[in-house]
Write a protein that binds this ligand. Structure first.
Ligand SMILES: C[S@@+](CC[C@H](N)C(=O)[O-])C[C@H]1O[C@@H](n2cnc3c(N)ncnc32)[C@H](O)[C@@H]1O
Length: 269
C-alpha cells in the first residue's frame, strides 16, 4: 500500500521541480550563463541543468561501454538532453525518468531533435521507484540527481534491480574534502553492486564558482527572465554554496551489477 507521507513528499517535490523546469525553459538566459561559465566545455545541444560538460560526456561514453541497440537509462533526466545525446551517439534505445511531470513533457518535446519516436520514452517516476522491469537496461546515467534521492539506499537497490548483469550506472556526486569516496565500496556492495571506478572532477568546483558569481551579477536579469521566486532560489543557492566550494570534491562514480558467474563482491575465497 502506498505510504501517504511519502506520496505527499513526492507530490510536493514534483511541484517544486515543475516550477524549476518551467522557469528555466521560458528563457535562454540561464543556459547562456552556464555557457559563459563553462566556455568551450559547454555542451550547447544538451542544455544541461547541471555540471554536465564535454569532459563528463566523454567519461560517460567511456564507462558505459554500450553496444548499438542496447538500452540506456537516464535517471533524473531533467529535460532529457544528456540521455538523448548519448542515445543518438551510441545508437541505443533510451528511457528517461524524472520526478517532475514538466521535465518529462519537455524531454518528450526535445526528443524529436535527436531520435525517432520509437527509440526513446520518458516517464514520471522517482530514483528509488522507477517502475521499470527487472534487468531492463544495459547501462544508466544519473547526473547531478543522486543526491536528491528520497532514499539513497533504496535508490541503489533499485539501480541494481533495473540493470542487467554486467551493466553499469555512472553517477555524479560531491562532498567535502578530504574524501567522499571511502563509503562507496560498502554502499555499493550493500545494494549488490560493485564499485568499478571513481574519477575526480577537479575543475567542477571552479565551474560552479563562475556559475554562481554570474547568477549574483545578473540577479535583476534573472528576476525578469525566470520570475522573482525562482531568481530568489538561485541567488540563495549561490550565496549558500559559494563559501563551501573551496573544499568541495566532485566525483563520477561507476557502479556495476556483477555479471552472472562473477564472484560476489563480498566473497572471501
Ligand atoms: C540538477 S537537475 C539535473 C537534470 C539532468 N540530469 C541534467 O544533468 O541536466 C536534477 C533533476 O533530478 C530530478 N529529481 C529530483 N529528485 C528526484 C527524485 N527523487 N527522483 C527522480 N528525479 C528527481 C529533478 O526534477 C531534476 O530534473
Amino acid at each position: 500500500m502506498a505510504d501517504p507521507v511519502r506520496s505527499g513528499v513526492v507530490r510536493h517535490l514534483a511541484r517544486v521541480y515543475d516550477e524549476f523546469h518551467t522557469a528555466r525553459a521560458s528563457t535562454h538566459l540561464v543556459a547562456q550563463l552556464y555557457a559563459q561559465a563553462m566556455g568551450e566545455d559547454y555542451p550547447e545541444e544538451i542544455t544541461p541543468s547541471s555540471s554536465c560538460d564535454w569532459p563528463l560526456i566523454a567519461t560517460l561514453i567511456r564507462q558505459l561501454k554500450l553496444r548499438p541497440n542496447q538500452r540506456l537509462l537516464d535517471l533524473g533526466c531533467g529535460t532529457g538532453g544528456i540521455g538523448l545525446w548519448l542515445a543518438r551517439a551510441l545508437h541505443t534505445h533510451l528511457t528517461g525518468i524524472d520526478i517532475s511531470p514538466q521535465a518529462v513533457r519537455l524531454a518528450t518535446q526535445n526528443q524529436t531533435d535527436f531520435l525517432p519516436p520509437n527509440r526513446a520514452a520518458f516517464r514520471t517516476a522517482t530514483l528509488d521507484h522507477t517502475g521499470l522491469p527487472d534487468q531492463h537496461a544495459n547501462g544508466a546515467v544519473c547526473i547531478d540527481a543522486f543526491t536528491k534521492a528520497l532514499n539513497p539506499t533504496a535508490a541503489l537497490r533499485e539501480f541494481h534491480r533495473v540493470l542487467r548483469p554486467g551493466a553499469r550506472i555512472i553517477l555524479t556526486t560531491a562532498g567535502r574534502r578530504p574524501d567522499t569516496t571511502p563509503r562507496w565500496p560498502g554502499r555499493a556492495a550493500a545494494a549488490g553492486l560493485e564499485l568499478e571506478d571513481v574519477e575526480e572532477r577537479p575543475s567542477e568546483p571552479a565551474m560552479w564558482r563562475r556559475v554562481y558569481r554570474l547568477w549574483l551579477d545578473h540577479e535583476d536579469d534573472l528576476r525578469r527572465h525566470v520570475g522573482a521566486v525562482q531568481a530568489q532560489f538561485m541567488v540563495a543557492e549561490a550565496r549558500r554554496t559559494l563559501p563551501t566550494l573551496a573544499d568541495r570534491r566532485a566525483v563520477v562514480v561507476t557502479l556495476r551489477r556483477p555479471a552472472d558467474g562473477d564472484r560476489a563482491p563480498y566473497a572471501t575465497a
